[in-house]
Design a binder for this molecule. Structure first.
Ligand SMILES: [Fe+2]
Ligand SMILES: [Fe+2]
Length: 141
C-alpha cells in the first residue's frame, strides 16, 4: 500500500489547498518509489529539493491565508509547520550524506505528519476560512 495516497478523506474543503496537498502527496510518492527502486543519494537530491520546496511554499500560502483572516490558532498552526520544516530539512541532509536509514525515517515522518496535520490543524483552518468567506460574501450581497 502506498504511504502517500491522497483521498477525499484528506479534503479540507478548500479546492486550492486540496490541490497543493495532492501535489505534496504525489512528490512523497515519487520519493517512495525512487527509494524502492534503489536510487542513489544524488538521484534523490532533486526529488527531495522539490518536495521540501513545495511543502514550504504550501505552508507559506496557508500562513498568509490565516494571517489575512486573523486566525486565532495561527501561532499553534505555524508551530506545527515550523517543526515539520526543521525535521524534514534535517532528514534530507542525512539522506544526501548517504545515511540509508534517514530515507525511511523521512517517509514515515512525512506520511504520519501529513495524516495528522491535515486531519486536525488544516481541517480547522479550512473551516475558519470557509466561514470567513461565507460571512464576507453575505455582507457583500
Ligand atoms: Fe497547515
Ligand atoms: Fe496544509
Amino acid at each position: 500500500m502506498s504511504l502517500f495516497k491522497w483521498s477525499s478523506a484528506h479534503s479540507v474543503y478548500l479546492p486550492e489547498i486540496d490541490a497543493e496537498h495532492r501535489a505534496i502527496y504525489r512528490l512523497g510518492d515519487e520519493l517512495h518509489k525512487a527509494l524502492l527502486a534503489g536510487a542513489e543519494p544524488a538521484q534523490l537530491k532533486p526529488i527531495l529539493a522539490n518536495l521540501l520546496e513545495s511543502a514550504d511554499q504550501h505552508f507559506r500560502h496557508e500562513e498568509r491565508l490565516m494571517r489575512a483572516v486573523h486566525y486565532t490558532a495561527f501561532a499553534w498552526h505555524k508551530q506545527q509547520h515550523d517543526a515539520a520544516r526543521k525535521r524534514a530539512k534535517a532528514l534530507a541532509k542525512r539522506i544526501e550524506a548517504g545515511d540509508s536509514a534517514a530515507a525511511g525515517e523521512l517517509l514515515k515522518f512525512l506520511s504520519d505528519w501529513l495524516r495528522d496535520h491535515l486531519a486536525v490543524a488544516d481541517r480547522m483552518m479550512g473551516a475558519r476560512l470557509r466561514n470567513y468567506l461565507a460571512f464576507n460574501t453575505s455582507l457583500a450581497s
